[in-house]
Design a protein around this ligand. Structure first.
Ligand SMILES: [Fe+2]
Length: 451
């Protein structure tokens, strides 16, 4: 039977209540509710609904773990068994699931992108398409996915939140800001729009504005998925680090970031990248690296995502966990066996950066700096946001500083200073660099205003 969802699109199911559950799933997905998966799981009880199977398949794939991938394949099989009676839109969703389950995120994204051309009301597919382009580091794609539904779904606040993030990743910061504010005006609890606004402030070096905004919005962060909850707090901490509010950032790490869901890969990388950023500016991590490594050790076998694996291996090496070397071997093997569409990220980034990061964690910055130099032409392709990938630039900068390669470090630091002239760690680093480069007169200027 064919029923209609809340946007008037056809859905194959045995009853309207299944379609209503999928509407709730969509709303949860767009609003990052911690209940999202339960709705689609309930919808799969309807054994004549191919869309529920395709959506739960993609929900599992978004966990980015081998367990999630295995569960996804079970539901993909059920979706394929139902595809004969599916609508053309549902068939395309199944094809996208098939590509994603096979590890070809590009084909999955393009399939949904094409679907959106013909179904500009399908905000759920736009959301999933944006996630895929995000994982591919395809900034124009991150913008194009919501742009295709922008007109028909202009009444939905989440549309503007998605647009805001797409604009920001394309460095169209004014457009990003106005889209984010529009979404928040329509619905204050729009965590993705709040998040996009934090990205805009981060990109502009407007850390005080970003911190104040996120502090103001933080009362709306209950009931969010652990990723969105910890990630919005993570953004607040980035601002706090620039403001030198290091105790506050560490306290947020303990209360709102590490420990919400220690098994969630996104929580894990929020914790790893924040702890690194805190430690490099002088915060004592205590036993937090060991604690993270104990949760991350299971991930040492994954090799699902280069973006994730590089952060996992750093955490394991930093905690002196023996699994780091074994994970390095697995990454090398994964790179050798990479399919053509993923060779660049595994061979030109993972295989080179992973040993470099292990060396950096073990206090050998020279080797690390040489390895990291090579990855930057390909870095965006590992996915993640500009702010998240900045961790790799910080690893590189710290390796250069540790290896006393001050000429290159100087170039990076002066670029950073341009929109963060008052940030203490940048000023301290420039003071050190100018002294080392026999420019004590310039170096002095960087300590005079340090608190
Ligand atoms: Fe972010």
């Amino acid at each position: 039977m064919i029923y209609k969802n809340s946007r008037g699109m056809e859905v194959t199911a045995s009853c309207q209540s299944t379609v209503d559950l999928l509407d709730q799933f969509s709303d949860g997905l767009l609003g990052f509710s911690d209940q999202t998966s339960s709705y689609v799981e309930a919808a799969t009880a309807d054994d004549s609904c191919p869309l529920a199977q395709a959506l739960i398949c993609m929900d599992w794939l978004s966990a980015e773990t081998p367990v999630g991938n295995a569960a996804a394949k079970v539901h993909l099989g059920k979706a394929l068994a139902l595809q004969e009676n599916a609508t053309p839109r549902e068939k395309q969703m199944i094809v996208a699931s098939q590509h994603w389950a096979a590890g070809n995120l590009r084909k999955a994204a393009v399939t949904l992108d094409e679907l959106l051309t013909h179904h500009p009301d399908d905000i759920t597919s736009a959301k999933i398409c944006q996630v895929l382009y995000f994982n591919l580091g395809d900034a124009p794609g991150i913008l194009r996915a919501p742009m295709k539904v922008a007109e028909r779904c202009a009444d939905i606040p989440y549309t503007h939140g998605m647009l805001a993030f797409g604009f920001e990743e394309c460095n169209l910061l004014d457009e990003a800001e106005s889209s984010a504010l529009k979404a928040i005006e329509m619905k204050r609890k729009e965590p993705w729009a709040q998040h996009a606004y934090a990205h805009v402030c981060e990109a502009r070096g407007a850390y005080e504005q970003g911190a104040a905004f996120m502090e103001d919005m933080s009362d709306t962060w209950s009931g969010l998925s652990s990723f969105m909850y910890t990630h919005n707090w993570w953004h607040m901490c980035l601002s706090y680090i620039d403001m030198d509010r290091l105790d506050d950032a560490l306290s947020i790490f303990d209360q709102h970031i590490w420990g919400i869901d220690k098994s969630c890969v996104q929580d894990q990388i929020n914790a790893i990248s924040l702890l690194y950023r805190l430690e490099r500016v002088g915060v004592n991590p205590g036993d937090r690296w060991s604690d993270i490594a104990n949760s991350v050790v299971e991930r040492a076998y994954d090799q699902v995502s280069v973006f994730l694996d590089l952060q996992f291996i750093y955490a394991l090496a930093r905690a002196d966990h023996p699994e780091a070397d074994k994970m390095l071997d697995r990454i090398r093997m994964r790179a050798e066996q990479a399919a053509p569409h993923e060779r660049i990220i595994w061979q030109k980034v993972a295989q080179i950066a992973a040993p470099g990061l292990v060396e950096l964690a073990r206090g050998k910055p020279h080797t690390a700096s040489e390895a990291m130099t090579l990855i930057f032409p390909y870095l965006s392709q590992i996915g993640g946001s500009i702010a998240q990938r900045d961790l790799m630039h910080l690893f590189y900068l710290d390796a250069l500083m540790g290896a006393r390669k001050f000429i290159r470090a100087h170039e990076i630091l002066e670029k950073r200073r341009s929109n963060r002239p008052s940030v203490n760690w940048i000023r301290h680093s420039l003071n050190k660099v100018y002294n080392a480069l026999d420019l004590p007169q310039v170096a002095k200027g960087y300590v005079s205003t340090i608190d």
